[in-house]
Structures are given as structure tokens and as C-alpha cells.
Design a protein around this ligand. Structure first.
Ligand code: FAD
Length: 431
């Protein structure tokens, strides 16, 4: 038998790194295993990094982390084929320390973050695939890797292996996810001159903007697109439920090309050069798709346990918080010398009573609701665009007559009842 650790963490994404960092800081002997050549080499995100949850692990990280831009503006575009209704918020307070959120490129950021865990004392080994958990008498006691004599043992194994978590699945913690429980996102990183980015997005140095795209960005399929500013690149992407792509027979890269060529988006990216093309799954089944997250000697964190809030495009922050809470629980278990499911269940209690569990429960029906009623994206967003176009066109018609026309265009009593019912239903699933 090879060396034994207090804890083995599988996967060096935000969840796994946070967990390893906090465990090592608390004096535990931790092994962090990553299949990629380096942390971040396999990882994909839009990506907005949330300051608060990162700061809970590395205080004042913004002073040294490889961040792209602090976000000072968030816009939301409700797109039709040749128009868009845009709302947003820009605030100078977000451009000052300690900032609010940042854009990041995961390949750079994860490497830096993992190095922080190593500085705390975690052992990081890359280019190592964990093939399975070693289970003895119903308890997880270690992992088997693809290295020669690749068995490693520990009191606790933390599965932070991301959305597909084949390891949690093989333990029977969750079933294979169905196409309506995961989204497929494709994105590109486009090289563009820093000054051009700042002119086009109305930014100054060290200011960033995010634009979320709804409606025609996904050809009316449930999902969203995004366009984010980095230092001298743009991140553009689109993600929809796999079931939507299958149903509409659309290939993900076709959707990305469609967004890039959309008249509302094209002017922002004109003249840019593709630098990277990325694709990744996002767990979007929500609370109802979460499987077991604790067993004897094992805890599941981050995307591996479906912790994504799709409505608010939050994932990395839930991953980091789950990693930190798992570490706190394991340190308590270590002090008690008890690594049973009963003891480790403290993690579930802490997770579900905090913002992560509460938000997961708040939006538990949202994905399936919006998937079941596609009219929100393919009927109501175009309707909103037509109404705005009519209202803002100055053509000698009185505003009262315009309002009457917009009301009439909503349809007869039956259509208006349906619209009112849908708005009420939407309010109920996100309230
Ligand atoms: P991951 O980041 O997926 O990390 C899992 C790690 O485990 C990887 O490094 C992987 O290589 C490794 N691994 C997997 N299997 C094994 C194995 N068997 N052995 C060893 N290593 C293994 N979230 C946000 O907060 N903001 C955003 O703007 C945002 N935008 C997104 C845009 C896109 C296109 C996508 C795909 C996701 C986005 N998310 C965003 C979600 C966010 O990326 C995830 O929620 C977050 O990365 C989850 O972190 P994690 O550590 O759980 O998993």
C-alpha cells in the first residue's frame, strides 16, 4: 500500500482547490489529483468570478490573482432576430477595491489558485486520472488512478471531478444525467485590441462589462448566450439544454456561429481573431437532480453534485463554498477521528442551511418549468421587441393609439389569459 493521506481531493477546479486549500491550511495532509496537464487546462467558464466566495478562501486575492477585468456593468439583452430590448446596471462602486465580480480565464486562474493550495501544504499531482474509488466494507478508503501502482489511501475522499462525476455515479450516488438535466455550452475567446474593447463597451482601463443574451441568441431554445470583456480578449458563448439541441436538431457550434453573426452582436466582435474554442457541460438539473453527496469516507462537492444556479449564472461560487464547507467538516471529523456518513453529514447540513442550499431550493423547478413552456423565449421576447419598436417609432400616431395597438397585438382574450397565466407561473417558480 502506498502513502496514506488525511484526504484525497479529486479534481483541481474551484471546488477541489478551495477544499484542498482549506484542509491544508487546517493542518491536514492533502493530496489534490488532477487529470489535466495543469489545473485549468480542462476547465471552461464564461467566466464571472464572484469576489465574496473567493475571498472566503484567499483574502485580498484581487491584489495578486490573474484576473481580467473588475465588472462595472451588467447588461441583459432580450433578443429578437433583428432587435433587442436591453436592460442593465453600471456602477462605479464596483470598479473600486474590494470590487464586486471579475472576469477570469480559467486556464490562468486555476493554475494560480492551485498554487495557493500548494503553498498551504497540499500536494498537487497533475496528469493523473482517478479511475475509481476503493471501497472496503462499504466505506471509501482511497482511489485507484491510471498510474502504475496507482492506489492511494485516505480517511476521506472528496469528489470534485465536475459535471459528469463518473466517480459519484459509480458509487451509486446519482444516475446518469438525462439531456434535460445538463446544458452544453460552446464558447470562443476572441483576441481584440484593448483600446477597441474599451471604446466598444464604453469602458475605461481596468473596467469590465458582461452581457447576457436571451431569446434569439439560442434561437428560442431554453438557454443563454454571453459576451464578456477580458483585458485584450472577449469571451463569447452560448449554452442550451442538451434536450433542446436534440429536439431542434441544432449543432452547438452552429448556434455559436449564429450568435457571432447576429446583428446585435456582430459589431462588438468585428475584427477579432479566434484564439480558443471550448465546449463543456453545465449541470442544470438543479436541486431535484442532486443525488447523495455524503457517504462513509466520501463527500461530493461543486458541479459533481449539480451545484449550479442557472438563473443567476452562478457555479464557481457554489463550488468554492461547497469546497470550503467540506474542508471544515473534514477537519471536525479528523479531530473526532470519525469519518462515517453520520459525521460527514454535517457538510450537507451546513451546505443546505446556507445560501447554496437555499438558492438551490428556491430555483428547484425553474429549469424544468422554462423547458416545458418554451413560449417565454420564442414568443414573449419577440413580443416585447415588437412592443418597444412600436412605442419608440415616432410616426404621428398618438401614444394612446400605440398602447391600444400593442394591447391588440397581444391577441384575443384566450391569448391574454395564457400570457397572464404564464407570467404568474414564472413568478411562482422564481419567487
Ligand atoms: P470543474 O471546474 O469542472 O473542475 C473539475 C476538475 O476535475 C477539472 O479540473 C477536471 O479536469 C478534473 N477531473 C475530472 N475528472 C477527473 C478524474 N477522474 N481524475 C482527476 N481529475 C478529474 N460559473 C460562474 O460562477 N460564473 C460564470 O460566468 C460561469 N460561466 C460558465 C460558462 C460556461 C461555458 C461553463 C461551461 C460553465 C460556467 N460556469 C460559470 C460554471 C462553472 O464553470 C462551474 O460551476 C465550476 O467550474 C464548477 O467547479 P468544479 O470545481 O466543481 O468543477
Amino acid at each position: 500500500m502506498s502513502e496514506k493521506f488525511d484526504c484525497i481531493v479529486v479534481g483541481a477546479g474551484p471546488a477541489g482547490i478551495s477544499c484542498a486549500h482549506e484542509l491544508a491550511k487546517g493542518g491536514a495532509k492533502v493530496l489534490l489529483l488532477e487529470r489535466g496537464e495543469y489545473p485549468g487546462s480542462k476547465n471552461v467558464m464564461g467566466g464571472v468570478l464572484y469576489r465574496k466566495m473567493m475571498e472566503d478562501v484567499v483574502p485580498d486575492f484581487w491584489k495578486e490573482a490573474p484576473l481580467e477585468r473588475p465588472i462595472v456593468e451588467q447588461r441583459f439583452m432580450m433578443m429578437d432576430k433583428e432587435s433587442a430590448v436591453t436592460v442593465g446596471y453600471k456602477g462605479m462602486e464596483w470598479g473600486k477595491e474590494p470590487y464586486n465580480n471579475f472576469t477570469v480565464l480559467r486556464a490562468k486562474f486555476d493554475q494560480w489558485f492551485a498554487e495557493k493550495a500548494v503553498q498551504q501544504g497540499a500536494v498537487l499531482i497533475c496528469e493523473t486520472v482517478v479511475l475509481e474509488c476503493i471501497v472496503e466494507n462499504g466505506k471509501v478508503v482511497g482511489v485507484r488512478t491510471d498510474r502504475p501502482n496507482g492506489e492511494v489511501y485516505a480517511d476521506v475522499v472528496v469528489l470534485a471531478d465536475g459535471v459528469n462525476s463518473l466517480l459519484a455515479q459509480s458509487l451509486g450516488f446519482h444516475k446518469e444525467y438525462k439531456p434535460d438535466e445538463v446544458a452544453l455550452a460552446t464558447m470562443e475567446i476572441l483576441k481584440l485590441d484593448k483600446g477597441v474593447i474599451e471604446d466598444r463597451f464604453n469602458l475605461e482601463d481596468n473596467q469590465g462589462c458582461t452581457i447576457e443574451l436571451f431569446g434569439d441568441a439560442t434561437k428560442g431554445i431554453l438557454g443563454t448566450g454571453f459576451l464578456y470583456t477580458n483585458k485584450d480578449t472577449l469571451s463569447i458563448g452560448v449554452g442550451t439544454l442538451l434536450s433542446g439541441l436534440i429536439k431542434h436538431k441544432i449543432k452547438p457550434y452552429e448556434l455559436l456561429e449564429y450568435v457571432k453573426n447576429h446583428p446585435m452582436i456582430r459589431p462588438y466582435i468585428q475584427g477579432s481573431e479566434p484564439q480558443e474554442y471550448l465546449a463543456h457541460l453545465i449541470p442544470e438539473g438543479g436541486f431535484n437532480s442532486m443525488g447523495r453527496i455524503v457517504g462513509d469516507g466520501v463527500i461530493v462537492i461543486g458541479d459533481a453534485s449539480q451545484l449550479v444556479n442557472a438563473i443567476h449564472r452562478e457555479g464557481s461560487n457554489l463550488a468554492m463554498t461547497s469546497g470550503r464547507l467540506a474542508a471544515e467538516t473534514i477537519l471536525t471529523a479528523k479531530a473526532a477521528g470519525d469519518f462515517t456518513e453520520n459525521m460527514l453529514g454535517l457538510y450537507r447540513t451546513r451546505l443546505m442551511s446556507g445560501f447554496v442550499g437555499q438558492d438551490m431550493q428556491k430555483y428547484k423547478d425553474s429549469t424544468h418549468h422554462f423547458d416545458k413552456f418554451p413560449q417565454y423565449f420564442d414568443e414573449y421576447i419577440p413580443m416585447m421587441n415588437r412592443a418597444m419598436s412600436q412605442m419608440f417609432t415616432v410616426d404621428g400616431t398618438s401614444k394612446w393609439d400605440k398602447q391600444k395597438k400593442i394591447w391588440k397585438d397581444l391577441g384575443g382574450t384566450k391569448e391574454k389569459m395564457k400570457l397572464a397565466r404564464d407570467m404568474y407561473r414564472a413568478w411562482r417558480v422564481i419567487k
